[in-house]
Design a protein around this ligand. Structure first.
Ligand code: CTP
Ligand code: MG
Length: 228
C-alpha cells in the first residue's frame, strides 16, 4: 500500500498574499486541488494525507471530501515547520502502508511519470527523490559576499518532490531528527542523517514549487499548453 503525504500547512510568505498560497488560484482552481487531481490520476498511489494549518483543517476536509475526481483524503493539522508537518502526517499513515511519498502541495505540475520513477526506485533501494540537474553554475558564497568555491556543476541536482521512502525508514529518520534536533529542508536529508543512501531519479523541469507570483505565471502557461 502506498500513501502520499501532502504538506500544505505553510504560510506562503514569499507569495506575498494575505492567505496560504496553496489556496491561490492557478487558472481555474486552487493550487492544492491541481496537486491532488494530478496525484489522483496516478493509479499507483492508494491513500492521501493532507497536512493543513490547524485553523484550515475543517474547511479543507469539507471541500476535499465533496470534490469529484480526488481520492478520499484524511486531513490532519500541521506544525510550525515543514518537517513537523510531515511528521504529523506520518503519525496518521495506515498500518498497511509500506511506502510513503511526501509531495509539496505547492507543486501542482507533477506528472504520473515522475511519481512512477520515484516509486520504482523506492521499491529497489528504499529511498528515492525526484530531481533535475542544475542548469546554472552554482557558487558557494562567504559572509562578505565573496565566492568561496564553485562546485562541479555535473554533480549538482535540484531536489524536487515527490520524495519516497519505505515507511519504517522515514519514521526512523524523523524520530532520530527529533532526538538530535536535526533540521533538514527536505525529507531526504533526514534519511541521509541516519546514514541510509538516497537515490535520485529523473524529475521534471516543469515540476516547480510555486513560491512567488512569477511561478504562477509560468504554471499557468504550462497548463495552457497541456492538451486536456
Ligand atoms: N509547509 C507545511 N508546513 C509548514 C511549512 C510549509 O506543510 N510549517 C508546506 C507548504 O504548505 C508547501 C511545502 O511545505 O506546500 C513547501 O514549503 P514552502 O514552499 O516553503 O511553502 P511555505 O512555507 O508556505 O512558503 P514560504 O516559505 O514562502 O512562507
Ligand atoms: Mg517555507
Amino acid at each position: 500500500m502506498i500513501t502520499a503525504i501532502f504538506p500544505a500547512a505553510g504560510k506562503g510568505r514569499r507569495m506575498g498574499a494575505s492567505f496560504n498560497k496553496v489556496f491561490a488560484a492557478l487558472s481555474d482552481k486552487p493550487i492544492l486541488i491541481h496537486t491532488l487531481l494530478s496525484f489522483s490520476r496516478c493509479n499507483l498511489v492508494d491513500n492521501f494525507i493532507i497536512v493543513a494549518a490547524p485553523g484550515e483543517v475543517e474547511p479543507v476536509s469539507k471541500v476535499l471530501n465533496s470534490l469529484p475526481g480526488i481520492k478520499p483524503c484524511k486531513v490532519v493539522a500541521g506544525g510550525t515547520e515543514r518537517q513537523y508537518s510531515v511528521y504529523n502526517g506520518l503519525m496518521e499513515v495506515s498500518a498497511d502502508t509500506d511506502i510513503v511519498l511526501v509531495h509539496d502541495a505547492a507543486r501542482p505540475l507533477i506528472t504520473s511519470g515522475v511519481i512512477k520513477n520515484v516509486i520504482d526506485e523506492v521499491k529497489c533501494s528504499g529511498a528515492a527523490v525526484a530531481a533535475v540537474p542544475v542548469t546554472n553554475t552554482i557558487k558557494v558564497i562567504g559572509d562578505d559576499n565573496t565566492v568561496v568555491n564553485t562546485p562541479d556543476r555535473n554533480k549538482l541536482w535540484m531536489m524536487q518532490t515527490p520524495q519516497g521512502f519505505r515507511k519504517d525508514l522515514l519514521l526512523e529518520a524523523h524520530e532520530r531528527a527529533r532526538l538530535d534536533k536535526y533540521f533538514g529542508t527536505d525529507d531526504a536529508s533526514l534519511v541521509e542523517h541516519i546514514g541510509h543512501p538516497v537515490r535520485v531519479v529523473m524529475g521534471d523541469y516543469k515540476n516547480i514549487k510555486i513560491t512567488s507570483p512569477d511561478d504562477l505565471i509560468y504554471a499557468e502557461a504550462v497548463l495552457g499548453k497541456k492538451a486536456v
